[in-house]
Design a protein around this ligand. Structure first.
Ligand code: SF4
Length: 360
């Protein structure tokens, strides 16, 4: 195979991901002086960067948003005490291995703990990357049986890790098992593959997924530079095949915490038939303090976006909470906002405190 062909092959991209500090240094020789901190963090939380995504980095420096999303930094180890490994309490809502149920009518299947890239802001750092495994067939059977005896679950979200790292055969098994449950109306796939490895959205994959409609696909573009020609072609393949597409960005300091950057991203998504769905406030997860943006600032950005964009391009700015689910962040839900802490009112009237980032 020649090099051009290789780069277009998603399996080649997966095999050639940057996985070690030595490979990172080889790809970005200018990083030599920062290697000690990077190595310490990479040992703590897995690193993987496909060559495709690494090529989007314009300078090997944390001021580059793409670099910041992909490359470990020593600051990831500076956790204030309000951060936790599992801030949403997903482990407590796990009736079976591989299944999370935080809502009555929905359930989430953790299909794999493999991703093409291990995003530095990931809120499932506790699960992803350490060992790249997928849900065993026996666990899948148990999940299908659970869904059968819980017909109140109508909506199954397949997540992970990234489910589209699975082979077509494994995906077919997974989707067949879930679709065999008559009460499951909608399947949603949460994937960052259109962003980090768009070569994965092959015609064969699209053909397979079409057999399991109605199927929604939610992706996570965080910066307009991720909307490359390859990514846009992948989105077009999915949209042309009839999948409703949504995007769930995370508000991240130094990546997209400006109305100008988000406007460009949101306009680009709508242009490519992707509906901006959520803009998440960063979870209180270990290793992400340096990404956190004060809610006060997030609200200002949203107000600016509302003045500039049509409602079609405006995502709902939300905080996911362990006790009240997703709460929209707006004047209507914020009871008080101090420098160190905001207090929100949940859907049942409960008060929820959220610490703002340290020192901002
Ligand atoms: S693709 Fe999703 S699950 Fe995987 S590391 Fe990124 S944010 Fe986490």
């Amino acid at each position: 195979m020649n090099a051009t062909y290789n780069h277009r092959d998603w399996r080649w991209q997966m095999r050639h991901r940057i996985r070690s500090v030595a490979e990172l240094q080889q790809r970005f020789p200018g990083l030599r002086s920062k290697m000690a901190g990077i190595a310490e963090e990479a040992a703590h939380f897995a690193m993987a960067i496909p060559p495709y995504y690494a090529a989007l980095i314009q300078r090997a420096d944390a001021r580059d948003p793409i670099f910041r999303l992909a490359v470990p930094q020593a600051v990831e180890l500076c956790d204030p005490p309000h951060l936790a490994a599992d801030p949403l309490g997903e482990e407590k809502h796990t009736p079976l291995p591989g299944l999370i149920r935080r809502y009555g009518d929905r359930a989430l299947v953790l299909a794999t703990n493999t991703c093409a890239m291990y995003c530095r802001h990931c809120d499932r750092k506790r699960l992803t990357g350490a060992r790249e495994t997928a849900l065993p067939p026996m666990a899948l059977e148990r999940i299908a049986s659970y869904l059968r005896i819980h017909p109140e679950i109508h909506d199954v979200i397949i997540s992970g890790g990234d489910p589209l790292t699975l082979s077509e055969l494994a995906l077919e098994r997974l989707l067949t098992a879930i679709r065999s449950v008559p009460s499951v109306e909608i399947i949603r796939i949460g994937t960052r593959m259109p962003v980090t490895l768009p070569q994965r959205i092959t015609p064969a994959l699209v053909k397979l997924l079409r057999r399991f409609q109605p199927l929604w696909i939610n992706t996570q573009f965080n910066h307009p530079r991720e909307l490359t020609s390859e990514a846009c072609a992948a989105l077009a393949r999915l949209a042309d095949a009839g999948f409703p597409l949504g995007n769930q960005s995370v508000l991240l300091r130094g990546v997209n915490d400006s109305a100008k950057i988000l406007e460009e991203l949101l306009r680009g998504l709508v242009r490519h038939r992707v509906r901006p769905y959520y803009l998440f406030q960063c979870e209180l997860v270990r290793g992400v303090e340096h990404f956190r943006v004060p809610v006060r600032r997030g609200l200002k950005i949203m107000a600016q976006l509302r003045r500039r964009l049509s409602s079609l391009a405006i995502p709902t700015y939300v905080l996911d909470t362990p006790t009240a689910g997703k709460i929209p962040l707006s004047a209507a839900t914020i009871v008080s906002a101090a420098t160190k802490k905001i207090v929100l009112r949940g859907p049942r009237g409960q008060l929820i405190a959220y610490p703002e980032p340290v020192g901002r």
